[in-house]
Design a protein around this ligand. Structure first.
Ligand code: UTP
Length: 297
């Protein structure tokens, strides 16, 4: 999969307050789903989508997130001396999944501000954004689906799916109009307006935004005009609202299952789903819970 978008911004400087106390010291992005840290899922999805450069936005207290992708000669040597060549190879491959660059966000002013921090490395190109706590399990990588859409619909694009009416206050919510869909999938619509986490009952729309974006460089001017709103943060949804119009904004209904791994409940759901897909773990898991069911029955 190749497109002319070559860079993805992965914001990972947030405080992770929904996941305290686990995130008191350990960055949320390093918490593992069935053995693999969230940040690795993000970088692998970007690479599988044809992205070459991953720009991590980090705070100074979360530099371990970037270290995950650096070689550890000590560990590689240790595994090799023990004859654990498969594990050594897995470890070594981490440094070559994609080119990793880091920019620092000094104060957690919100997602739009995190993206602004990457501006010096983006300059005048369209780029992608991938939120690592929004884990998406799909046959085609979700970001790749958006990049394919971009080929036919240049402009800003957000990933969307339908959310429950009672859950609109957990998502950015989009108003859409249909367009003649040159993607030939019927999955792309034009965005007419968007709001960050509206109260249930204040919108009839149930089109949520799901942590994957294609952004045109015009977004940076819009971020400069964005004022703090929900939670006192600079919301990307507000910046997109300001951009929307002069720059076309599309929503692409992606194929795949989303897990909100920024919340303990979503994280556990993802852990169970991925563990059941892992041949090594699932056998033990099924045996363990089948035994419980027999006892209960
Ligand atoms: P979230 O709102 O889900 O993450 O932001 P958070 O702020 O870390 O978590 P809570 O809400 O306090 O539990 C989505 C993504 O944007 C990043 C986060 O790290 C996460 O990956 N982010 C958010 C930043 O990089 N900087 C910010 O100022 C805010």
């Amino acid at each position: 999969m190749k497109s002319n978008i070559r860079k993805v911004v992965v914001p990972a400087a947030g405080l992770g307050t929904r996941f305290l106390p686990a995130t008191r010291v350990v960055p949320k992005e390093l918490l593992p789903i069935a053995g693999k840290p969230l940040i690795q899922f993000a970088v692998e999805e970007a690479a599988a989508s044809g992205i070459e450069t991953v720009i991590l936005v980090l705070s100074r207290s979360k530099s371990q997130v970037a270290e995950h992708f650096q070689r550890s000669f000590f560990l590689e040597d240790f595994l090799s001396r023990q004859g654990r060549y498969g594990e050594e190879e897995e470890l070594r491959k981490l440094s070559s999944i994609a080119e990793i660059k880091v920019v620092w966000q000094d104060a957690q002013l919100g997602l739009a501000d995190a993206i602004r921090c990457a501006r010096p490395l983006i300059q005048d190109e369209a780029f992608a954004v991938l939120l690592p706590d929004a884990l998406i399990d799909s046959s085609l990588p979700c970001l790749g689906q958006l990049l394919a859409c971009y080929e036919k619909h240049p402009g800003c694009i957000v990933a969307t799916q339908t959310v429950e009416a009672a859950e609109v206050d957990r998502f950015g919510i989009l108003e859409l109009v249909s367009i003649p869909d040159r993607c030939c999938t019927g999955r792309t619509a034009r965005v007419t307006s968007l709001r960050e986490r509206p109260q249930p009952g204040t919108t009839s729309s149930r089109n949520g935004i799901f942590g994957r974006y294609i952004l045109e460089p015009e977004i940076f001017a819009a971020i400069e005009l964005t004022r703090p709103s929900l939670g006192g943060e600079l919301q990307l949804t507000d910046s997109l609202s300001l951009c929307c119009g002069p720059t076309p904004l599309y929503a692409h209904r992606f194929e795949g299952h989303h897990y909100d791994c920024g919340s303990p409940a979503g994280f556990v759901e993802a852990t169970i789903a991925y563990a059941l897909k892992d041949p090594e773990i699932s056998g033990r898991l099924r045996a363990r819970f089948a035994a419980d069911e027999q006892l209960a029955g």
